[in-house]
Write a protein that binds this ligand. Structure first.
Ligand code: ADP
Ligand code: ADP
Length: 237
């Protein structure tokens, strides 16, 4: 089953730079798709089309479509604020709010009108378990998120994004600011998400793509050069 289909997508920044040049690509439901390619090839730009983040800046232009299936809506035609409610995003640098661990996980839920304590508690536990953080923080949910290590903060950001059950989870180089142990924990949890959540992850690390993705897309100069099942592109160790 497909979760999304990108068709003939082109994207221009406000200064006229064309960063995406006619990319078509499926996004398979509940599978992890990695976006790889050299620095500046357009990976991050492509990812940010999915949550319409570029629209925070003046003068950007799109053509083509990103259809969110099965409803078949073109993300490019929707209100960017609506799109951001449906799509989760995690950045390279962990960015928890300066609030408690608990408050961070429920941040997106309050906006959606979910406020019953029992329901929130349940979502907090589920999300923190999915982010492989529950055992480490279950006894200190009221502590400041910023008191945690960088790796824990990044897993908290993943829990915060998962809590709202996004249709797609976008990860933009989520481990490149982390040490190898913190990176391995995040790679493990991404592997656990395979089969449950539709994930699109940018990484400059081909070995990482091989370890964590079901599908791999290779971009070059704003174009999609290769898209295939990861197993057929790499020989796994
Ligand atoms: P990072 O490696 O952390 O992703 P980048 O160097 O790619 O950082 O980009 C940092 C910021 O500068 C981003 O907001 C990006 O959109 C912007 N940026 C990158 N290249 C250009 C460019 N050619 N013109 C204007 N802004 C750019
Ligand atoms: P990657 O994520 O693969 O490193 P990017 O998506 O950051 O590549 O950049 C793709 C191209 O778009 C690059 O040529 C970059 O310089 C350019 N670019 C990135 N951000 C901006 C921006 N804010 N304004 C203009 N050009 C940009």
């Amino acid at each position: 089953t497909l979760r999304a289909r990108v068709s003939n997508l082109k994207f221009w920044y406000g200064d006229g730079t064309q960063a995406i040049d006619d990319v078509s690509m499926p996004l398979v439901d509940k599978q992890v798709t990695a976006l790889i390619g050299p620095s500046g090839c357009g990976k991050s730009t492509f990812l940010r089309c999915f949550n319409r983040m570029h629209d925070l800046y003046q003068g950007v232009k799109y053509s083509g479509s990103i259809k969110l299936l099965p409803e078949d809506e073109n993300l490019i035609d929707l209100d960017p604020n609506i799109v951001r409610m449906r799509v989760g995003m995690v950045f390279q640098k962990p960015n928890p709010f300066p609030k408690s661990i608990y408050e961070n996980v429920i941040a997106g839920l309050k906006i959606r009108g979910i406020s019953k304590r029992g329901v929130l508690d349940e979502i907090v536990e589920t999300s923190l378990r999915q982010a492989a953080l529950w055992d480490e923080v279950k006894d200190r949910l009221d502590q400041p998120a910023l008191s945690m290590s960088g790796g824990q903060q990044q897993r908290l950001c993943i829990a915060r994004a998962l809590a709202v059950q996004p249709e797609i989870l976008l990860l933009d180089e989520p481990t490149s600011a982390l040490d190898p142990i913190a990176t391995a924990k995040i790679e493990d949890l991404i592997n656990q998400l395979s089969g449950k959540v539709t994930v699109l992850i940018v990484t400059h690390n081909m070995q990482q793509a091989a370890r964590i993705s079901n599908y791999t897309s290779y971009m070059y100069l704003g174009k999609l050069i290769e898209y295939n099942e990861t197993d057929s592109l790499f020989t796994r160790p």
